[in-house]
Design a protein. Structure first.
Length: 248
């Protein structure tokens, strides 16, 4: 199980529980707010905001919540000022981890994230310590129930960079700046995607087994569960057998 694509499947399985705790909405509201603040309040002219609004709609966030988050970002409503950034570190077995965060208190967030790393067999590193091991890409995944050749031909036609068969999903890779265009072109062809996101894809993988694999998944889960963390990326590779055993 490769960290760059399969972790999304684990998150999907626990997504209903996260939604009940309200954590998904909290993270999406932060992203919408900061996207509107850094760009403008119109999703049609602000690609980052458009992606954030799309995710919010997929999560069934009420339109009023989306509109309020946008207005807080543009300054039409009072709101919290968020700072965003990336932490870099290492998990069990030396797996590289990148953590995207948004916070209104950086000192608190640094201390909390450092504690999560150390408690689960990892350590927080300095800027630049692992970023070079990842490439920022658009990733659109499809169920293997689809026809591989049909997706492959469509992906090439609309300007995707690559397509891979990951065993339990077909993945279309794009340059970040072409992500929305490729996603919409594939949808226009009637292809039903499972996930679509801008993500960090590792260049190399670190094989983990046994206790290290279990610690790694716990580390990912705790980081994802922390309110100030938006996204977590890692280059671990864990077998499906170990995953099944760990998740029970």
């Amino acid at each position: 199980m490769a960290g760059h694509s399969k972790w999304a499947n684990i998150k999907h399985r626990k997504g209903a529980q996260d939604a009940r705790r309200g954590k998904i909405f909290t993270k999406l509201i932060k992203e919408i707010t900061i996207a509107a603040r850094l760009g403008d309040g119109d999703p049609d002219t602000n690609p980052r905001l458009r992606l954030a609004v799309d995710k919010a709609k997929q999560a069934n966030m009420p339109k009023d919540n989306i509109d309020r988050a946008i207005k807080k970002g543009t300054g039409d409503l009072d709101g919290v000022s968020y700072e965003e950034g990336i932490f870099e570190g290492y998990g069990p077995g030396g797996a590289a981890v990148m953590v995207e965060f948004m916070t209104d208190n950086r000192t608190r967030t640094v201390a909390d994230v450092r504690h999560i790393f150390s408690k689960h067999g990892g350590n927080l590193g300095v800027n630049g310590s692992v970023a070079f091991l990842f490439d920022r890409k658009g990733l659109i995944s499809f169920s293997v129930d689809n026809d591989f050749d049909a997706i492959f031909e469509a992906a090439l036609e609309v300007g995707a960079e690559d397509m891979k068969d990951e065993g339990d999903a077909y993945e279309v890779i794009t340059a970040p700046e072409n992500f929305i265009e490729v996603r919409e072109a594939l949808e226009a062809k009637g292809l039903q995607r499972e996930t679509a996101e801008i993500t960090m894809i590792p260049q190399t993988m670190v094989k983990l087994e046994g206790k290290q694999a279990e610690q790694m998944l716990k580390l990912m889960d705790k980081l994802e569960d922390y309110d100030d963390v938006q996204n977590v990326y890692a280059n671990f590779d864990i077998s499906d057998e170990d995953i099944a055993q760990i998740l029970g």
